[in-house]
Design a binder for this molecule. Structure first.
Ligand SMILES: Nc1ncnc2c1ncn2[C@@H]1O[C@H](COP(=O)(O)OP(=O)(O)O)[C@@H](O)[C@H]1O
Ligand SMILES: [Mg+2]
Length: 321
């Protein structure tokens, strides 16, 4: 491994982000080539967190653009502060300021102090150092917005008709994330480096839990991770991610549980399952089955055994309507 990649890995780990070689390599290349990185994966696998820890490790600002359906260019780039403009006009009228042409008055209210910078403009016009620009859940925005985004990401400059062109002095590091609710355009993908993050395997999950849940004992972390490895393979309405494992481990800690036992598990299933059907499917004896099955296994055999334990549970259950 290149020393620079190892360095990135340890930087991210210092921010409590458990990082494998693939992640560290992509982050390194994105920084070297100054390309945006597009991270895809299921919900809760640690996509957004990469941008956060990257900003923290570079000691720079994180600027976040949260995408949603209907997000348009002006809410992403800039808007004029209309109430402030109106107020300015009213105050001038009241003060009977005269002798100014319409043109002058207009120039006044379409100037910097009346400009509301939205995330993209803030990232482009960042004054001192390159910020990290997180364009989160880009699959939620529509294709039209994606095309606009491509333009911004290709030259990092924006023209504001009333003010002129703003060009980035410090090109931001760009991280885009997508939960894959729709396919992104080829043009956008071509511009980016691509990183797919899967659900963690058992070892990675243990490490993440141990780095995020203070004071947890190794045995409980292993049990939680093992349980989750099975649960993710059971047919559920909503498969839990890392956020849920961490929440669950924290809930168990709050109940002073130092190992998994059926009662505590059933009482805390709400931390990992967010759907009534899913809770019904796993509560009671089925949670017990998982606990006893993973208890009998050597952790190293878990990866191979988890699918068959999950299959058994699926079989026990009536088909989902
Ligand atoms: N590799 C990891 N190391 C440490 N924490 C992680 C890791 N992956 C996920 N997490 C934690 O899991 C939670 C969900 O991560 P997040 O980035 O919000 O998921 P996503 O954006 O993929 O939906 C966060 O609390 C994050 O800290
Ligand atoms: Mg996210």
């Amino acid at each position: 491994m290149l020393p620079q990649i190892a360095e990135i890995q340890s930087r991210l780990e210092r921010q409590h982000y458990v990082t494998d070689r693939a992640i560290a390599t992509t982050v390194y290349l994105a920084m070297e080539l100054r390309k945006p990185v597009l991270i895809e994966g299921q919900a809760g696998v640690g996509k957004t967190e990469i941008a956060k820890v990257l900003a923290a490790s570079l000691e720079t600002e994180l600027i976040r653009l949260q995408c949603y359906e209907g997000l348009d260019a002006s809410s992403a780039l800039y808007e004029w502060n209309y109430p402030k403009q109106m107020l300015h006009i009213r105050l001038q009228e009241a003060a009977h300021v005269e002798g100014r042409s319409v043109r002058q008055a207009e120039a006044e209210i379409f100037s910097e102090p009346y400009l509301l910078q939205r995330p993209l403009l803030r990232a482009i016009s960042h004054p001192d150092r390159a910020p990290v620009l997180l364009i989160d859940e880009v699959d939620r925005a529509d294709e039209e917005f994606e095309a606009f985004l491509l333009e911004v990401l290709s030259d990092f400059q924006v023209t504001i008709p009333e003010l002129g062109t703003v060009k980035a002095e410090h090109r931001p590091y760009v991280v885009l994330t997508s939960n894959r609710t729709r396919e992104l355009s080829d043009a956008l993908k071509r511009r980016c480096l691509y990183l797919w993050i899967d659900y963690p395997d058992f070892e990675k999950e243990v490490r993440i839990i141990e780095s995020k849940v203070e004071g947890i004992n190794h045995h409980l972390a292993e049990q939680v991770a093992g349980f989750m490895q099975v649960v993710r393979r059971v047919r559920l309405g909503k498969t839990p991610g890392m956020a849920e494992s961490i929440d669950w481990a924290m809930s168990l800690m709050a109940l002073h549980a130092d190992h998994l036992e059926p009662e505590a598990v059933n009482a805390t299933l709400g931390a990992i399952l967010k759907d009534r059907d899913d809770v019904n499917r796993l509560s009671g004896t089925r949670a017990e089955t998982i606990i006893s099955e993973i208890g009998r296994l050597d952790p190293k055999d878990l990866a191979t055994a988890a699918p068959s334990i999950a299959q058994r549970i699926d079989k026990e259950l009536a088909p989902r309507s």
